[in-house]
Design a protein around this ligand. Structure first.
Ligand code: NAD
Ligand code: TYD
Length: 336
């Protein structure tokens, strides 16, 4: 298969590219990526020399570039997105532009060209806050943040192209993902890199909101399974099945690094903070996929990677990173 992978220089996309090239020796990959603050060509260093790999610097909103590259591919996998909830709360416009409009541009090229598959990488956050039970693929989407609403918008555009034009769309809805090469703004890489520097670990609100943390190799394998074995027209949840709150994430990171509990710091809660996500993954398991890496092991491996690859993340924690940080993180109780 010749794959066009949009957003393949990001965290999960680059793992998917590394996985595809090593597991499928007959496949080739073209990555189209805008290299936003979260994209990083270094994530693709391990495959840069492969004759089956090519990188194109560009925007999925640019119809001309997309059309050319889509015409050379058998299938499209779309990871490209603005992906951080806190940034979406501050500036939602770019999320709508990339996550909805950009998805439309890719779909529209797919409609004209005709591919074997169009895999839209989505998120369990589209189900919204799940107070009890687990979200199944047929459940209604009730996104509650500008990020998750934009991702749901991209999905709905994909459904529309599936129903109206027969584009063979498959959607995956993955849970919170962590591991090597993750830009240090999401909770796990932020806590690891802060703890390495003896900086506080900012826990939002009461620290009791839970997430289902999924190791990045498990997520990428899940997308690969859905792409190759999934049925066009179907959606697939991907998750590990755990429920871990902010305190527990901090404890795991501090424990793995041998750092003191006193680094935990409660900060003002996120606006509209979803308290819980939980997905039912039996549908993907029916295709033979299962998650492999328990959270405690994954955190240890991730801590070790960030410890050994400081030249990868230190340059990212500068300038704009700290400007966003100081706007985003506020004391729990503002002084009277
Ligand atoms: P990321 O922010 O690390 O990577 C996103 C990539 O998309 C970057 O390389 C960026 O440069 C690129 N990009 C952004 N806008 C673009 C545009 N207009 N044109 C081309 N490229 C563009 O994100 P990630 O964590 O790797 O997430 C990848 C996908 O998986 C996203 O669609 C996200 O919604 C979804 N997802 C993420 C998680 C998670 O926990 N990280 C969980 C479930 C689903
Ligand atoms: P995050 O990694 O931003 O992923 P998402 O919001 O997409 O699920 O946040 C995961 C959980 O961790 C969420 O409940 C918010 C919490 N959190 C903190 O407590 N402190 C932080 O600095 C961050 C970034 C997140």
């Amino acid at each position: 298969m010749r794959l066009l992978v949009a957003g393949g220089a990001g965290f999960i996309g680059s793992e998917f590219v590394r996985h595809t090239l090593s597991s499928h020796p007959d496949d080739s990959v073209v990555v189209l990526d805008k290299l936003t603050y979260a994209g990083n060509l270094r994530n693709l260093d391990p495959v840069a020399a492969s004759s089956r790999f090519r990188f194109v610097h560009g925007d999925i909103c640019d119809a001309r570039t997309v059309e050319t590259l889509a015409g050379e591919a058998d299938a499209i996998v779309n990871f490209a997105a603005e992906s951080h909830v806190d940034r979406s709360l501050e500036a939602p416009g770019q999320f709508i532009q990339t996550d909805v409009y950009g998805t439309f541009v890719l779909l529209d090229a797919a409609r004209r060209i005709g591919h074997s598959r169009f895999l839209q990488v989505s998120t369990d956050e589209v189900y919204g806050d799940v107070t009890e039970g687990r979200s199944a693929e047929g459940d209604p989407l009730r996104p509650r943040s500008p990020y998750s609403a934009s991702k749901a918008g991209g999905e709905m555009m994909a459904w529309a192209y599936r129903e109206s034009y027969g584009v063979p769309v498959i959607t995956t809805r993955g849970s919170n993902t962590y591991g090597p090469y993750q830009y240090p703004e999401k909770i796990i890489p932020l806590f690891i890199t802060n703890a390495l520097d003896d900086q506080p670990l900012p826990i939002y609100g009461d620290g009791n909101a839970v997430r289902d943390y999924l190791y990045v190799t498990d997520h990428a394998r899940g997308i690969d399974t859905a792409l190759r074995l999934g049925t066009p027209g179907e959606d697939y949840n991907i998750g590990y099945g755990g429920e871990t709150n902010g305190h527990e994430v901090a404890d795991l990171v501090l424990g793995a690094l041998g750092k003191p509990d006193s680094l935990k710091q409660h900060v003002r809660d996120r606006l509209g903070h979803d308290r819980r996500y939980a997905v039912d993954t039996r549908k993907l398991e029916g295709l033979g996929w299962e998650p492999d890496v328990p959270l405690a092991d994954g955190i240890k491996q991730t801590v070790e990677w960030y410890r050994q690859n400081q030249e990868w993340w230190r340059p990212l924690k500068s300038g704009e990173f700290w400007e966003f940080y100081s706007r985003n993180y506020k004391p729990l109780s503002p002084p009277p």
